[in-house]
Design a protein around this ligand. Structure first.
Ligand code: E4P
Length: 214
């Protein structure tokens, strides 16, 4: 299973990279807006910082506009893939970009049938937003289960990125569901490593080590 970090903050990306288990980065306009620097500048810095896939979102809602943005964003670096929203115009764009060899991350997916359409259009990645479904009392993880089953049924190469992750349980369930990737906010990244019993055990062993006669 691959771990992506869901942030546009270069310091968080650097810290995640130092852990040695960073497989990719996802951004969106909301995340980039928090950095308070120009869009392309932020994405260029991230693309140069890592040698793993980086998702950069197109803003247009028309196919032609998405294509232009995608081709421009793809020039930032070879590791850039283009986030395209799961709307009709987006699917048209994904099909064309896939033919041009530009990788896509189809975003804002909230149903398994939408995910099937994205895979048929040639999406490199599909991003079901599970936290936003949980927020409206719908089981986000059921969506991941359905997508994984459908993709396995037909052998689609599209990789499932579990997105809109809010807590460590989301990461665990994504792994149990067989999702290829979880894109994880930095705060959750840190909390999945820690366990209070591990910390207590380390402290206890240090204490006991001091009692061993030299
Ligand atoms: C993923 O690609 C998205 O950027 C992200 O996971 C959205 O998460 P949110 O629902 O917390 O905004």
């Amino acid at each position: 299973m691959k771990f992506f970090i869901d942030t546009a903050d270069i310091n968080e990306i650097r810290q995640a990279k130092q852990l040695g288990i960073l497989d990719g980065v996802t951004t969106n306009p909301t995340l980039v807006s928090r950095v308070k620097r120009p869009y392309i500048e932020v994405l260029t810095e991230i693309s140069r910082e890592v040698d793993v896939p980086v998702s950069a979102e197109a803003i247009s809602t028309e196919c032609d506009g998405m294509l232009k943005e995608a081709r421009d964003l793809a020039k930032i670096g070879p590791n850039i893939n283009i986030k395209i929203p799961l709307i009709e115009e987006g699917l048209k764009a994904v099909k064309i970009l896939s033919g041009e060899g530009i990788k896509t991350n189809v975003t804002l997916c909230f149903s398994s049938i939408q995910a099937l359409m994205a895979a048929k259009a040639g999406a490199t990645y599909i991003s079901p937003f599970i936290g936003r479904l949980d927020d409206i009392a719908s089981e986000g993880m059921d969506l991941v289960d359905e997508i994984v089953t459908i993709y396995n049924n037909y052998g689609f190469a599209t990789e499932v990125i579990v997105a809109s992750i809010r807590n460590p349980l989301h990461v665990k369930h994504a792994a149990l569901a067989g999702a290829h990737i979880a894109t994880i906010p930095f705060s959750v990244f840190k909390s999945i490593i820690r366990h209070p019993l591990t910390d207590m055990g380390v402290a206890q062993f240090l204490e006991d080590y001091k009692k061993i006669p030299g």
